[in-house]
Design a protein around this ligand. Structure first.
Ligand code: HEC
Length: 266
């Protein structure tokens, strides 16, 4: 899913680690976070192999020193509180970061038709190839799962974050908090997550909405659930007890169109 805003660095240092260790029930890995790596400064091949080898050694020897914080260069200035506030618009799954405001699906529908339906369709069905926002309930285990806000997203709060951060596409961050609460309510209403079109969503009530697939996300449990696969004496040679069996051939399965049946490419 660019299913979640990826821009969650900053004021909540515990968050990326939590997200890194989550995966979805249908096996898709969601997020991967990597530690920042200090840039290599010395590896210029132009100087020659010896120089490279030497500098690599120097890098190895000085690696601990690179971990020290860099010396200030005398550039820039500390960010102002207002600048930080404008940048820090993340809303976390538990609702931290939601601004005060309110809205319901009835008002949301009007705004949606004006600002969103051109792409997403009046009922979230998606126009052309623009994303579908509603439906797909119960399809996650199907061959072609229909992942929408209603069928897939685990938290209602990150829907607020997403709309505020990224929509309407092409005019992002132009909506007021009340408009976003209303749109959030309408998007949830389209998937029947919220039934009453007049139910007010606020910074207090939005986190209490339960999403249908909330239980479909869980902390990575492979260390326990897959422990029985792990072994110390890994087999590296002649590990099969019987010869491999061919169960299908690409030509029979017709995955590769041949010259007779394939559409002509100009
Ligand atoms: C110009 C077309 C366009 C308009 C208008 C538009 N969107 Fe989108 N919307 C997109 C595209 C494209 C994506 C997917 C972006 C991506 O994955 O990076 C998207 C994704 C979304 C998603 C996430 C869907 C998912 O399951 O990942 C939501 C929610 C959403 N839009 C809500 C809205 C709302 C609410 C509005 C009106 C304020 C709106 N959009 C207006 C094009 C549009």
């Amino acid at each position: 899913m660019s299913r979640f805003p990826s821009d969650l660095k900053g004021p909540h240092p515990e968050e990326p680690a939590q997200r890194a260790s989550r995966r979805t029930q249908d096996g898709g890995a969601c997020f991967e976070t990597r530690p920042a790596v200090a840039p290599q400064q010395e590896d210029r091949w132009g100087i020659g192999r010896l120089a490279f080898a030497l500098s690599a050694t120097v890098l190895l020897v000085t690696a601990p020193a690179l971990a020290d914080p860099p010396k200030p260069l005398g550039l820039g200035r500390p960010a102002l509180p207002a600048e930080l506030q404008a940048w820090d618009i993340s809303v976390l799954p538990d609702g931290r970061g939601l601004p005060p405001g309110k809205g319901n699906a009835k008002r949301g529908e009007e705004i949606f038709i004006e600002k969103c339906a051109a792409c997403h369709g009046e009922f979230g069905e998606g126009v052309g190839r623009w994303p579908v926002l509603a439906g797909g309930m119960g399809s996650l285990k199907a061959d072609r799962p229909d992942k929408t806000v209603g069928s897939f997203w685990p938290a209602p709060t990150t829907l607020f974050d997403y709309i505020r951060r990224a929509m309407p596409y092409g005019n992002a961050q132009s909506l007021t908090p009340d408009e976003i609460y209303s749109l959030t309510a309408y998007v949830l209403h389209m998937s029947d997550v919220i039934r009453d079109p007049e139910q007010e969503l606020t910074e207090k009530t939005l986190p209490q909405v339960t999403m249908p697939n909330a239980a479909g996300f869980f902390d990575d449990d492979r260390e326990t659930s897959e422990r029985h696969f792990w072994r110390d004496d890994v087999c590296m040679k002649e590990c099969r007890s019987e010869p491999p069996k061919v169960t299908g051939r690409a030509m029979v399965l017709d995955v590769t169109p041949d010259s007779k049946t394939a559409p002509r490419v100009e």
